[in-house]
Design a protein around this ligand. Structure first.
Ligand code: ADP
Ligand code: ADP
Length: 234
């Protein structure tokens, strides 16, 4: 579960400060996908950075899976991210020299401290299962250059799920894809969110996606408002 309560975030701007997020509150329950939309510069990326605990807000409370992140130390925050938060960015962050399968293994080395032999077998198993779940079982040994944009995004999603996060933060996963591939990625995220019971927060500019999500928030000039599906369909 992600719970953002009364979040305000400002950045330094010369001698004053610019307010990127203004008193925003939002909740994402386990097993649901909540959309976040709004024009460029409205504060979506800033809110995602707060939700993923990469940036601490000026005011407000961030609760991840029941843990209040507000007063944690930097070390504790890193631990919270490492164990609870999965990130999928617009740009693929895959390493050029590694195969799809290796991208997942590397992620787990970085994110868990489970020890040795049995853990390694479990990690390999999980990587294979996740590649299978995203439809890439046959492409496990391909490097990013040998994969299409849609396939690379699938690797990103599989990798983000390696450490069994309870929260999945996804930033415009379909922006580089055509409509059909984009729809497939959204279908995949909806299915995996249900299967893994993650609380998924999804930033998207794609209006066609929004009616399929559990609920949608719109951001304008740092202000966040809940948009009902009925309003979108009308
Ligand atoms: P969006 O993701 O909706 O495009 P952002 O969260 O990136 O919006 O930006 C919100 C506002 O905060 C914009 O006015 C932007 O210029 C400003 N902003 C974003 N990041 C920074 C930063 N690191 N330093 C200063 N201002 C920033
Ligand atoms: P997706 O629906 O995931 O985007 P595509 O239908 O575009 O996948 O790709 C299907 C097949 O084409 C895959 O076997 C993939 O390896 C191959 N392929 C797609 N794009 C490229 C590329 N840029 N370089 C090499 N192979 C590619």
């Amino acid at each position: 579960m992600i719970d953002l309560a009364n979040i305000t975030l400002t950045y330094p701007d010369g001698t004053s400060r610019i307010t990127a997020v203004d008193d925003a509150s939002l909740r994402v329950n386990a097993g649901t996908v909540v959309g976040l939309t709004g024009p460029s510069g409205s504060g979506k990326s800033s809110l995602l950075a707060v939700a993923s605990t990469l940036i601490s807000p000026d005011r407000g409370t961030v609760t991840i899976d029941g843990i209040n992140a507000t007063n944690l130390s930097l070390t504790e925050l890193a631990e919270l991210r490492r164990t609870k938060v999965g990130l999928v960015f617009q740009q693929s962050n895959l390493l050029a020299s590694l195969t799809a399968y290796e991208q997942l293994l590397v992620m787990n080395e970085l994110t868990t401290q489970r020890s040795r032999r049995a853990a390694r077998a479990a990690t390999r198993n999980r990587a294979r299962n996740l590649l299978d779940a995203v439809g890439l079982a046959a492409d496990a040994d391909k490097r990013p250059a040998q994969l299409s944009g849609g396939q690379r995004q699938r690797v990103n999603i599989a990798r983000a799920l390696m450490h069994e996060p309870s929260v999945l933060i996804v930033d415009e996963p379909t922006s580089a894809l055509d409509q059909e591939r984009g729809t497939q990625i959204i279908d995949l995220l909806l299915r995996l969110t249900g299967e893994h019971a993650t609380a998924t927060l999804l930033v998207t500019h794609d209006q066609r996606i929004l009616p399929r999500l559990t609920s949608t928030y719109a951001m304008v000039d740092g202000h966040l408002a809940l948009v009902r599906d009925a309003d979108l369909v009308a």
